[in-house]
Each structure stands twice: as structure tokens, then as C-alpha cells.
Design a binder for this molecule. Structure first.
Ligand SMILES: *Cc1c(COP(=O)(O)O)cnc(C)c1O
Length: 427
């Protein structure tokens, strides 16, 4: 049950009461909160861009450093968490975060690399069917990736890339418009690729509905879950999507540039003939070191691995995922609904006519993030917020993105932000 209709109050007392009742309140103490110059913790609302460092990361990384120090190459087999199968230590928790079966998930490479690897296998254009459908406001890296794949296959993005725009005057996509373009042009579309949660608007799309529409027209359907993983419960397996990719440094708190996740639906697990770019880490574990075998892919997502992975980075992911296993995505979602709802309420209470929420009002159509447009504000507004210890994100010309993250943000953070925001708006 989603408890979103709550009688919020704009007071510090109320915020503190909510924090006292919060079943996840102790998780904040598992993170390092960045400090302001005056020694006070920042109001950190940038977990959608770079998640905070879990306190357990240092010990997990030091464990690897120490084992390497003592054992050298023997650490591959004898480290406390042996390096050979290290990625396997992440699978259960990562599969839990994104709602997938273990065989469908692997942690490897970085997001854009995984997107390319997935398109090598799942963007198989033909003269009759070579288009790619994305959202107009896709993240730039995703757009460059799909354009370059289109050119790589000898087609022209000007003709082959369909960028679906919101209606004039609207910021978010409507499901009926997504359905319309898939139904009318689906027989020419090879691949549908949407961000499950849009990085700019924070809109959460219905993966299952889009997948069903795409598959009905014979399209492959993939999702970029960079802003979804660790933010909303994703149910990737149930969605039926063919593949998905996501990074681990946003809501998954695994450190700058850390490794990414990749999902391949189990219906593709046993297709060794699927075209793919291969490397030794995707090869049958029994014969990987016998060097002369023909490539024999591991069934499932692991079969797309290329290299032996950076263990130091994986150690950070392991420490971070432990917190997700303890907290549970459903509990995190329950708190996120309350916390983001509280931020929305407090912003509405400011009753400032310049403010316009770009993010959908429907809690089911968004995650943690609220994108707040302040018309004619100018960047000084944002700079004043920053000077008062608010860490958020500014998008030209006039949008502030704020992500209260249920693992480490409190209701008091949100309330304090609203008082600072109010002062800055009055200034
Ligand atoms: C954060 C983000 C990226 C970043 O890609 P990297 O390969 O990790 O640098 C790409 N796409 C989307 C949608 C993102 O949100």
C-alpha cells in the first residue's frame, strides 16, 4: 500500500516527527555527508547525479588492497572475496535492486559501453526495419550512442532516428503518444530505447506497457535505467524488456565512474549464435584459461562480459549493495513516496507563481527527483542556494533538480531546504 495521502505540515516539528517514525532512519548514519565550510553537513540532493559514499566502502576497498599486498596473484583464488568470481558476489543484490533473475544481470564496464554492447546484439537493422525510437530529451550519451550505431550500419540518423517529443507546452511524454508512434511506425522500428526515468524531468515510464506495445510490432525493446536503478522498484524481468543498462554511481552510491549494470532477459540466455562482441570473461568458466577453445559464451548476461573487471571498484559496489539488501527496494520506495511528496508539498506551500514543477504530479509517474522550474530566476538563485549549503543541480535556463534520497536524506533536510529556498526566492 502506498501511503502518499498524508496530512503534511510545514514545520520543523512535523519534519522531525516524520524522521522519528521513519523505519529507515538509521541508514543515514551509514553514509558520509559532505560538509560545508562551517563544518555543518550539506543539504545533499544530488544523489541522482553522484550518490554519497557508504561508510562501508573504505573497508571493502582496503580489504582488496590488503589482499593484493599480501598475496599478489594468489588473490584471484585466495583473497577473502576471491577476485576470479568477484562479480558474482554482486549479482544477487543487484538482481534484487532491478527486479531481475540472477542469470539476467551482470555488473561490467560502464553504462555507455554496455549500451553499445547491447546494441551490437539487439540492434539488427534491415532495409525495411532499421529505425530507432528514443525520447527527444534523451541523455546526450545515449543519443550519441544510438546515432553512431545507426551510422555504423550504414544508415542516416536524420532518417532512421525517431525522437519522440512531448506535446507543445508539455515537458513529459504521454503514454498515448508513445503508443501512437509505436503503432503507426512500428514495422520500421528495429529498436525502442527509453530512459525508464528521464534524467531531466524525472518522469517514470511504464516499462511493461512500452515493451508490450513494441513487441506487438516486432521491435526489440531496451531501457536505460541510469536514473531508475536504486530509485524505483523496476521489475525488469516482469517487464519483458529485451535488455537494460544502468550505472552504479547515481542512486546506487558506488563511487565516481564505477561499473555499470546490464540486464539481458532470460529468453536470450541460451542463444550462443546471437551476434556479440566477445572477450575472455564472457567465455565458459570451465575452459576460460585453456586459451585455445573457440568462444563459448556463458549462458545469460555474464556471457556479454569482456575483461576481467576492476576489483577495487567492485568492492565499492559490494559495500553499497549490502545497504540495499538490508533496506529493501519496497521499503525505500515507501519512504521515497513520503519524502518526495513532502518536498512537493513544501514547494507548493511557498505559493510562488514563478515556480512550476516539471516532474509529474502523479507519484506513480516519478521517482525521488523533482525538477523545479523557477521562471526568470537566473543562475544567481541557484548560486545563493549553494552558498547556503544546498547541493542540487542546475540546468539552463531555469531548472533546479532536487533528489531527496530515502537512504540518507531526512524529512528535516527537506524542510530546511524549503526555508532556505523561501529566503532565496524573497531576496
Ligand atoms: C548518467 C547517465 C549516463 C552516463 O553514462 P556513462 O557511460 O556512465 O558515463 C548515460 N545515460 C543516462 C541516461 C544517464 O543518466
Amino acid at each position: 500500500m502506498e501511503r502518499t495521502r498524508i496530512a503534511y505540515q510545514a514545520s520543523l516539528e512535523f519534519a522531525r516527527q516524520m524522521d522519528r517514525q521513519d523505519p529507515l532512519k538509521q541508514f543515514r548514519s551509514h553514509f558520509h555527508l559532505p560538509q560545508q565550510p562551517n563544518g555543518q553537513p550539506c543539504l545533499y540532493f544530488c544523489g541522482n547525479s553522484l550518490g554519497l559514499q557508504p561508510r562501508g566502502v573504505r573497508a571493502a576497498v582496503e580489504e582488496v588492497l590488503h589482499d593484493w599486498e599480501r598475496m599478489g596473484v594468489e588473490g584471484h583464488f585466495h583473497a577473502r572475496h576471491p577476485w576470479m568470481p568477484y562479480h558474482e558476489f554482486l549479482t544477487r543484490a543487484m538482481a534484487g535492486v532491478v527486479g531481475a533473475r540472477p542469470q539476467e544481470v551482470v555488473v561490467m564496464n560502464t553504462l555507455t559501453v554496455n549500451l553499445h554492447l547491447m546494441m551490437v546484439s539487439f540492434y539488427r537493422p534491415s532495409p525495411q526495419r532499421h529505425k530507432i525510437l528514443i525520447e527527444y530529451d534523451a541523455f546526450p550519451s545515449d543519443k550519441y550512442a544510438v546515432e553512431s550505431q545507426i551510422r555504423f550500419h550504414g544508415y542516416d540518423p536524420a532518417e532512421a532516428l525517431i525522437e519522440l517529443r512531448p506535446r507543445p507546452g508539455e515537458a513529459c511524454l504521454r503514454m498515448e503518444d508513445i503508443a501512437e508512434v509505436i503503432e503507426s511506425q512500428g514495422n520500421e522500428i528495429a529498436l525502442i530505447l527509453f530512459g525508464v526515468t528521464n534524467y531531466y524531468t524525472g518522469q517514470l515510464l511504464d516499462m511493461q506497457a512500452i515493451t508490450r506495445l513494441g513487441h506487438a510490432q516486432g521491435c526489440v525493446v531496451g531501457f536505460d535505467c541510469a536514473h531508475g536503478a536504486g530509485n524505483v522498484p523496476l521489475q525488469l524481468h516482469q517487464s519483458g524488456a529485451d535488455f537494460a543498462v544502468w550505472c552504479s554511481y547515481k542512486y546506487l552510491n558506488s563511487g565516481p565512474g564505477s561499473l555499470a549494470g546490464c540486464f539481458v532477459h532470460e529468453r536470450h540466455a541460451h542463444q550462443p549464435d546471437l551476434p556479440r562482441f566477445a572477450g575472455w570473461w564472457g567465455h565458459n568458466k570451465q575452459t576460460r584459461f585453456q586459451m585455445r577453445h573457440a568462444f563459448d559464451p556463458i549462458p545469460g548476461a555474464e556471457g556479454w562480459q569482456l575483461s576481467n573487471p576492476p576489483i577495487l571498484s567492485m568492492a565499492a559496489i559490494r559495500a553499497s549493495l549490502e545497504l540495499f539488501e538490508q533496506a529493501g527496494m519496497d521499503q525505500l520506495r515507501q519512504k521515497a513516496l513520503l519524502l518526495t511528496g513532502y518536498l512537493e508539498y513544501l514547494i507548493d506551500e511557498l505559493k510562488d507563481e514563478r515556480i512550476h514543477l516539471i516532474t509529474p504530479r502523479d507519484p506513480q509517474a516519478r521517482g525521488c527527483q523533482l525538477s523545479v522550474q523557477v521562471r526568470n530566476a537566473g543562475k544567481q538563485l541557484f548560486e545563493r542556494l549553494t552558498a547556503q549549503g544546498v547541493v542540487a543541480d542546475w540546468r539552463e535556463p531555469d531548472v533546479i533538480r532536487l533528489a531527496p534520497v530515502p537512504l540518507y536524506n531526512s524529512f528535516e533536510d527537506v524542510y530546511t531546504f524549503s526555508t532556505i529556498f523561501n529566503n532565496v526566492l524573497q531576496a
